[in-house]
Design a protein. Structure first.
Ligand SMILES: Nc1ncnc2c1ncn2[C@@H]1O[C@H](COP(=O)(O)OP(=O)(O)OP(=O)(O)O)[C@@H](O)[C@H]1O
Ligand SMILES: [Mg+2]
Lengths: 415, 233
C-alpha cells in the first residue's frame, strides 16, 4: 500500500501544473462551501438567537386556538391556575428546559394625556421573563435593567410608539384595557425603559408587570395566556417539543381535542423560512462542489490513464495485479481530493480567523450594526472533506477500472 | 522436464473482417537455463510467439506449458501473478517506470510479488545492480540515463525476482552495435550465473551469433532449429 501511495504521489508530481490546477479548483470549491456554511450559519444562529432570546423563547405553550387568533389577543383563552400548575410541573420535569416565563398578552390603549394610541402589552414576571428572554435587556435604548427588568407600576415602551407619541423616559402614561367581561379599566404607569423594536411577531410590544396586567384586566386568579420557554440547547427543540406534546397531549378539552398547543419558534416566526432558504442554498453549493470535484478529478484521471497506457501495460506485464493497478489510480484521485480539501479547509480556517479578528457588521430589519462572528464546526470540515475525498475516489473509479482491464500486449503496443 | 513445451500452437488475430494467422502451428521445447534466440524476417511472428510464451497473450489453439503451467488456463489476475513469479521481461523500448528511480525500478517487481522482506529486497537489488554495473546511478530517474544503461537496468529488473525465464523481444533494436553486444553478453553471463533461461528475438545476424540455440521463423512457421553448441541442425 505504501508503494502504491508513493507511485501515485510521484505521478501527481510528474504533472505539477495539472495537479496544482485541479487541486486549486477543489480548494476553491471547498473554501466556497466552508465559508458559506460558516457565514450563513453565523447569520442564521445570530438571527435565531435574536428572535428566540429577546422575545419568543424557543417554545411557547398556549391554550388550544390561541395562536390562530393571536392578532386580536383574546382573553377568553387564558390558562387558569390549574393549567399553569400542570404546565409548570411538566416543564420542571424536563432537563433541557432552562427557564420559562408565563405572560399575559393583551391589547389596550395608551395615552400620554394628549394623544391616545393602540398598544400591545405583555404582562410578565420580571425575574422569570429575563431568564426566559435574556436578550430583552439588550433592547433597552433608554433606561436600565441593573435592578431588574421592571417593577410594578412601570412600563417598557416600544421605541416607535415612544417616538411617535413623544414619550420620554420617566413620563407618566395611562393604559386602558377592556376586560374579559367587557368592562373597561385603566392604570397609570411610569415609563422606565424604551425598547428597540425588532423584526417579527411581538417585536413591537410593550412590557408591564404581571401583577399590573392582572389588575387592569381584573383577573383575580393566577392566570396567563402564554408560556415562553427557553432551552439549554436550542438543538433540543424538536425533542423537547415532542416530549411536551406527549406529556401534555393527554389533557383534553371538552371537544376531546388536546387542551394545549405547543409551538416551536420555527412555527411562530417568519424568519424560519429564511433559515430554511439558507439551508437550501447550502445544499446547492454543496452539490456544485460535488460536480466540480467529480468533473475535474474525472477529467484528470481519464487523461492520466490515457497518457500512461504503455506504462500500465508494462507494470501489468511484470506482474502487477489488476487490483493493484486499480488502486494505483484510485489512490491518485483520492490524493488529489485530499490535497484540495486539506488546503481548502486550512485556508477557510485562516479566512475565518481573519473574519473573527475584524468582524462583519450587518443590519437586520431595524437592528443596526449586528456583529457577525462566523465559526466553523469541526464536524462540518470533516463532512465536507470526506465528501470531496469520496467524490474524487468515485470520479477515479471508471478510469482506474479501465486501466486495470487493459491487456498488457495491446497497451504496450500504443505509442 | 522442459521449461517451455509447445505443441501445435497457433495464433490467429482478428483484424476487423480479416483473420491474420500470425503463427500457424509450432511445436518445440526449451530447456531450463538455455540461451535461445528466435530469428526471422519482419512479420514472421516473433513478437507473437514471445507474447505467448510470456503469458501476455493466449494461443488460439494447441498446448503451451511454461514452468509446468498450462498458460491458456490463466485468468487476468492469475496471469499477472504467474508472470511476476516466473517470467522476467526485457523490452525493446526499455519500458522503465519514469517516476521511479533506477533502484526503485529494479525493486518494483519484488514489491508486486509478496514474500520479500526489506533486507532480502536490498540484497537482491544491490547484487543485480552491481552485476549490470549500475551501482553508481541508483538515484537517477530513467530520463537521466542512456539507452544502454536503461536496458541494463531493465535486465536487472527482469532478473530480480529470480524468474525461470527471461523474455526479450528485440532487446537491442534501439541500441548501437557495441551497446547491443554488451547487453547480450550481460544476459549471457547472467544466464550462466543464475541458471535462468533467456529467450530473445532479433533480426540482427551479429547478435544471433551469441545464442546457443537459434530457431528461425518464417511466415508463422518454424523453419529451422540450430544448436550452436553441438552444431545440430
Ligand atoms: N494485434 C494484431 N492484430 C492483427 N494482426 C497482428 C497483430 N499483431 C501482429 N499481427 C500480425 O501478425 C503477424 C506477425 O506479427 P509479429 O509482430 O509477431 O511479427 P514479428 O516477427 O515480431 O515482426 P517484427 O520483426 O517486425 O517485429 C504480422 O503479419 C502482423 O501484422
Ligand atoms: Mg516484433
Amino acid at each position: 500500500m505504501n508503494n502504491i501511495l508513493k507511485i501515485a504521489l510521484r505521478n501527481l508530481l510528474r504533472y505539477k501544473r495539472r495537479t496544482l490546477l485541479t487541486s486549486a479548483l477543489i480548494t476553491i470549491g471547498v473554501m466556497a462551501v466552508l465559508l458559506f456554511v460558516s457565514i450563513s450559519g453565523a447569520f442564521k444562529s445570530m438571527m435565531i438567537g435574536q428572535i428566540t432570546d429577546s422575545m419568543l423563547g424557543h417554545l411557547q405553550i398556549h391554550k388550544r386556538g390561541y395562536v390562530a387568533s393571536i392578532d386580536n389577543l383574546p382573553l377568553h383563552l387564558n390558562l387558569g391556575g390549574a393549567d399553569m400548575q400542570k404546565l409548570e410541573t411538566a416543564l420542571d420535569a424536563l432537563d433541557d428546559v432552562e427557564a420559562y416565563s408565563p405572560r399575559i398578552k393583551f391589547g389596550g390603549m395608551l395615552s400620554n394625556f394628549e394623544e391616545t394610541t393602540n398598544i400591545r402589552l405583555n404582562g410578565v414576571d420580571p425575574v422569570r421573563e429575563i431568564l426566559a428572554s435574556p436578550l430583552l435587556s439588550k433592547r433597552f435604548l433608554q433606561g436600565e435593567t441593573s435592578d431588574g427588568l421592571l417593577k410594578p407600576g412601570e412600563i417598557l415602551m416600544p421605541e416607535l410608539l415612544a417616538l411617535g407619541m413623544n414619550v420620554k423616559l420617566g413620563a407618566t402614561v395611562v393604559v386602558v384595557a377592556t376586560n374579559q367581561d367587557g368592562s373597561v379599566n385603566a392604570k397609570t404607569f411610569i415609563v422606565s425603559g424604551i425598547l428597540e423594536g425588532i423584526s417579527g411577531p411581538g417585536g413591537r410590544d410593550g412590557y408591564i408587570h404581571l401583577d399590573d396586567a392582572r389588575e387592569i384586566l381584573r383577573i383575580t386568579e393566577n392566570e396567563a395566556n402564554e408560556y415562553a420557554i427557553r432551552l439549554k440547547n436550542p438543538d433540543a427543540l424538536e425533542s423537547v417539543g415532542k416530549q411536551l406534546a406527549a406529556g401534555l397531549g393527554g389533557e383534553l378539552n371538552k371537544q376531546g381535542k388536546p387542551k394545549y398547543e405547543i409551538h416551536t419558534w420555527e412555527k411562530l416566526s417568519p424568519f424560519y423560512n429564511i433559515a430554511r432558504m439558507i439551508d437550501m442554498m447550502t445544499l446547492f453549493i454543496k452539490l456544485m462542489l460535488i460536480s466540480i470535484v467529480l468533473v475535474s478529478v474525472m477529467n484528470v484521471m481519464i487523461m492520466a490513464v490515457f497518457e500512461r497506457i504503455r506504462e500500465i501495460g508494462t507494470i501489468a506485464a511484470v506482474g502487477t495485479s489488476p487490483g493493484k493497478i486499480l488502486s494505483l489510480f484510485l489512490v491518485e484521485g483520492l490524493s488529489l481530493g485530499i490535497l484540495g480539501s486539506v488546503v481548502g479547509a486550512a485556508l477557510s480556517l485562516a479566512a475565518i480567523a481573519v473574519l473573527q479578528a475584524s468582524p462583519l457588521t450587518f443590519d437586520f430589519g431595524r437592528q443596526k450594526g449586528l456583529l457577525l462572528s462566523p465559526t466553523l464546526d469541526p464536524m462540518e470540515i470533516v463532512v465536507v472533506s470526506l465528501l470531496v475525498v469520496i467524490v474524487s475516489t468515485l470520479a477515479s473509479l471508471q478510469p482506474a477500472y479501465k486501466a486495470s482491464r487493459m491487456e498488457p500486449v495491446t497497451a504496450m503496443r500504443q505509442v | 522436464m522442459s521449461l517451455v513445451y509447445a505443441k501445435d500452437i497457433a495464433k490467429t488475430y482478428q483484424a476487423g473482417e480479416v483473420q491474420v494467422r500470425a503463427i500457424k502451428g509450432l511445436s518445440f521445447e526449451i530447456e531450463p537455463a538455455s540461451f535461445v534466440s528466435f530469428v526471422g524476417p519482419s512479420g514472421s511472428g516473433k513478437t507473437t510467439l514471445l507474447n505467448l510464451i510470456g503469458c501476455l497473450d493466449r494461443p488460439t489453439s494447441g498446448h503451451l506449458t511454461v514452468a509446468g503451467t498450462e498458460v491458456a488456463s490463466l485468468g487476468r489476475s492469475d496471469g499477472a501473478r504467474f508472470r511476476g513469479k516466473n517470467i522476467g521481461f526485457v523490452f525493446q523500448d526499455f519500458n522503465l517506470i519514469p517516476v521511479l528511480t533506477v533502484y526503485e525500478n529494479v525493486e518494483y517487481p519484488l514489491l508486486m510479488t509478496a514474500g520479500y522482506n526489506a533486507r532480502e529486497r536490498r540484497e537482491r537489488i544491490e547484487t543485480l545492480l552491481e552485476a549490470v554495473g549500475m551501482t553508481d546511478q541508483l538515484k537517477k530517474y530513467p530520463g537521466q540515463i542512456s539507452g544502454g544503461q536503461k536496458q541494463r537496468v531493465a535486465v536487472a529488473r527482469a532478473l530480480v525476482g529470480s524468474p525461470k525465464v527471461v523474455l526479450a523481444d528485440e532487446p537491442t533494436a534501439n541500441l548501437d552495435h557495441d551497446t547491443a553486444f554488451m547487453v547480450i553478453n550481460l544476459m549471457k553471463s547472467m544466464k550462466a550465473e543464475r541458471e535462468t533461461a533467456f529467450i530473445f528475438s532479433t533480426h540482427d545476424p551479429k547478435i544471433v551469433g551469441e545464442a546457443e540455440i537459434v530457431y528461425t521463423l518464417e511466415d508463422g512457421l518454424l523453419v529451422s532449429r540450430e544448436d550452436r553448441r553441438t552444431g545440430d541442425e
